[in-house]
Design a protein around this ligand. Structure first.
Ligand code: ADP
Ligand code: MG
Length: 718
């Protein structure tokens, strides 16, 4: 009792000493803000307190002593700072075309300044005949340079002590600009704020040893210099420190969650590698495992040998051989007297897994059964009691596995294939299938970049299989314009003549969009005209079909009865038809990178050379061009995921959308990989050595984390 209350008092003392700072004052109390602007800052930029303003970082700095001549503006010019006299100021146009136009003249030429918003305010505060310093994005209109919504300030006495004067430029909004809180004015507020702040208000939160070994600038200096550096070097140092801090704090948190889970979860240990595993490994394994497969197996083995629950995510590119890893893990469970299950998102996939597993196990004494929505009642009646008495060792299936009626004797391992089709709730249902929760392995074929995995899944254990089995022929990928379709279909015909099968995919992004559905039907008719019955047979699958129709069509293709599969992206996940050697993707420009890669992964599964043909319209956006180019250049899912991250940013990547851990203000998962690696390394070391952050040197860090936790709980209530 005593130690706990003592601990609580310690926490409260810590909190008090850290919260009693000027930085928690409401923003309207800052000189120059007041209730009106305060309200705007809250609504427009989510700046509630002094601290929020301090953490509203500048986009860039401009050297105020560096003024360009107006005649030097060219179509290549982007942001520019000029100085001159306003020679005219007029409101032109009416209603929605209404705008304020000013002429700025310097010794070399004239520039037009235009405002569409805040006209009244700018007009009131600007005087013809006075000299102004003007900053903004230059553009050419009718051959003349102009700046829309420039930043304007009266030109004071020039500071010419030879040193640069770096002025911060902040993100702002049109509404705030119209109230005189523009990209520059925010700097004035921040400057006033910093004048009131001392080192005590911005205490260090990174342990001293790390500060020293990485040569980081102090937190206080970093905050001052990120806003008002006296040189470029000071700015760079401040930025480096703050980026590190962002990653470091996030990594400390994630590591604490992970370690805490390890500590408090219970699990069934698989103590021995036994007869079944060894017999299979030495006598039945049809190929040598790849290095990556061996490594992942070791990781699983290490996890499951402890009396705590394994919770591991396995990322393996399409075709990297995840199934055999799953089977070996299931054999390990069986050797230790535990049951296991393998769940897939669709009936076809479950069937395929069942066929693969039983095929691989041959005559080994392992009882494997399958249960899906279409399992007959009589069969079910046999399966359910056999699961309950432990006669069935491995169960393959769809969602049917997690139905209430399905009970195990002792489920020790649950494997979920193709993670993103399964919801969190469904996975959680697995936990309840045994008194002590089973080990869980989630397998996904959607690679995500390492930096993203480190942050989005940093609290999970995860394995990566980034190696394909040897001897695979890379899929040849080409981009063709739609006008080339007839030739593409000729090529498809020659492949069919050779006995191969072909996928033709249409981009039905939303299965409910009737427009795209029409496109699909038109496409189907077109394919039929190129490949007339009865010589050619075509399957079609789309989201509007009922499950039975889908299954029948899929089955015909899987069994080689049809030559062509016309489909929407429902085909995307996991299907294995080794004889299919061509993937034609219509309107490929409408798909995202990783989706295209997933689709392409449906071919190249057999010994024959495979092809992927990306058909597009002639008019393509730069992004679409970049995507097509990457796909044609590489087959490596991890490289593609990296590019996807570069092109789209972290918020859009599959599987991480809901994750709130990706909101870094300064650090970038694309550009700051080494910083993230360093932060992860340091965080892991600290948390492993001092899980409760009890050591004296970790107190500043602990206090900071506690404060942050409190902040999210109550400071945002408005
Ligand atoms: P995925 O990771 O996409 O689920 P699969 O497990 O379906 O991949 O494996 C794809 C194909 O590669 C299968 O035909 C499988 O038999 C084969 N395979 C897996 N591992 C190896 C290996 N180490 N050497 C050769 N072939 C392998
Ligand atoms: Mg698979």
């Amino acid at each position: 009792m005593l130690p706990i209350s003592y601990f609580c008092i310690l926490i409260i003392c810590n909190l008090l000493s850290y919260t009693s700072t000027i930085l928690d004052s409401p923003i309207e109390y800052l000189k120059g803000v007041g209730p009106l602007k305060g309200d705007m800052l809250r609504k427009e930029l989510a700046i509630f307190t002094f601290r929020d303003l301090l953490e509203h970082f500048p986009l860039r700095h401009i050297d105020k002593t560096k003024v360009e001549a107006i005649h030097s503006i060219s179509p290549e010019t982007e942001y520019i700072q000029v100085a001159g006299t306003i020679t005219s100021l007029d409101v032109l146009g009416e209603k929605s075309a209404k705008r304020l136009v000013a002429r700025l003249q310097d010794d070399t030429g004239a520039l037009e300044l235009t405002w569409f918003q805040g006209i009244h305010w700018v007009q009131k505060s600007t005087q013809v005949g006075l000299r102004y310093l003007v900053y903004g994005k230059a553009a050419f209109f009718n051959g003349r340079p102009q700046i829309t919504h420039p930043e304007l300030e009266p030109l004071g006495e020039a500071k010419t002590d030879g040193k640069p004067f770096l002025e911060p430029i902040y993100p702002t909004t049109e509404k705030l600009k119209a109230r005189g809180v523009g990209a520059r004015q925010i700097g004035r507020l921040t400057s006033a704020l910093l004048a009131q702040v001392s080192e005590r208000d911005i205490p260090e939160n990174i342990p001293a040893e790390i500060i020293q070994s990485l040569n980081l600038t102090t937190r206080f200096n970093a905050f001052r210099n990120i806003h008002f550096p006296r040189s470029q070097e000071e700015y760079v140092l401040a930025l480096r420190r703050l980026k590190f801090e962002e990653f470091f704090i996030a990594q400390v948190r994630l590591n604490m969650i992970r370690i805490n889970r390890h500590r408090h979860s219970r699990g069934v240990p698989f103590l021995a590698v036994g007869e079944l595993f060894n017999t299979f490994y030495h006598k039945y394994l049809p190929f040598e495992l790849t290095g990556a497969q061996k490594r992942v197996l070791k990781e699983i083995r290490a996890d499951t040998s402890r009396p705590r629950q394994m919770n591991r995510l396995l990322q393996g590119d399409v075709g990297s051989g995840k199934t055999i890893v799953a089977l070996l893990a299931m054999l390990l469970a069986a050797d230790n007297g535990f049951q296991s299950c393998l769940m897939a998102p669709t009936e076809i996939l479950a069937q395929q897994h069942f066929v693969s597993l039983t095929g691989l196990l041959k005559d080994m004494p392992v009882n494997v059964k399958i249960i899906t929505g279409s399992t007959k009642a009589a069969e079910r009646k046999k399966i359910l009691p056999a699961l309950l008495d432990g006669t069935i060792q491995m169960l393959v299936g769809t969602h049917a596995v997690i139905e209430d009626k399905v009970s195990f004797k002792n489920l020790g391992l649950a494997i979920v294939d193709e993670q993103h089709r399964f919801g969190v709730a469904q996975r959680a249902a697995l936990w309840k299938k045994a008194e002590i929760p089973p080990h869980v392995l989630v397998m996904t074929a959607t690679p995500i970049p390492r930096t993203l995995a480190m942050t989005a899944y940093g609290d999970l254990d995860y394995s990566i299989m980034n190696e394909l089995p040897p001897g695979r022929q890379p899929i040849a990928t080409v981009h063709r314009f739609e006008t080339y379709r007839a030739k593409v279909m000729d090529f498809v015909r020659t492949e069919i003549e050779k006995g191969r099968q072909v996928y033709i995919i249409y981009p039905l992004i939303e299965e409910s969009e009737s427009m795209s559905y029409e496109d699909l039907m038109q496409g189907y008719e077109q394919v039929k005209s190129y490949f007339p019955e009865p010589k050619y047979r075509i399957s079609m699958v789309h989201g509007r079909m009922n499950p039975e129709q889908k299954e029948i069509n899929m089955k015909r293709f899987v069994e080689g009865d049809t030559h062509i599969m016309v489909s929407t992206t429902v085909i995307e996940v996991g299907v294995n038809v080794p004889n299919a050697s061509v993937m034609v993707i219509e309107s490929a420009e409408k798909f995202g990178l990783s989706q295209l890669h997933q689709l392409r992964g449906r071919v190249g599964r057999g010994s024959e050379k495979s092809f992927c043909i990306l058909l597009t319209a002639h008019k393509l956006s730069n992004d679409a061009k970049a995507r097509l180019h990457i796909l044609c250049a590489t087959n490596d899912g991890f490289k593609i995921a990296e590019k996807d991250l570069e092109l789209r940013g972290p918020g859009q990547i599959e599987g991480t959308k809901q994750s709130g851990v990706l909101n870094f203000k300064l650090a970038s998962l694309v550009n700051d990989k080494p910083v993230l690696e360093a932060a992860k390394f340091c965080a892991e070391k600290i948390v492993t050595n001092d899980e409760a952050l009890a050591l004296a040197e970790n107190q500043p860090l602990k206090a900071y984390l506690l404060l942050q936790k409190g902040k999210t709980a109550w400071s945002r209530i408005s």
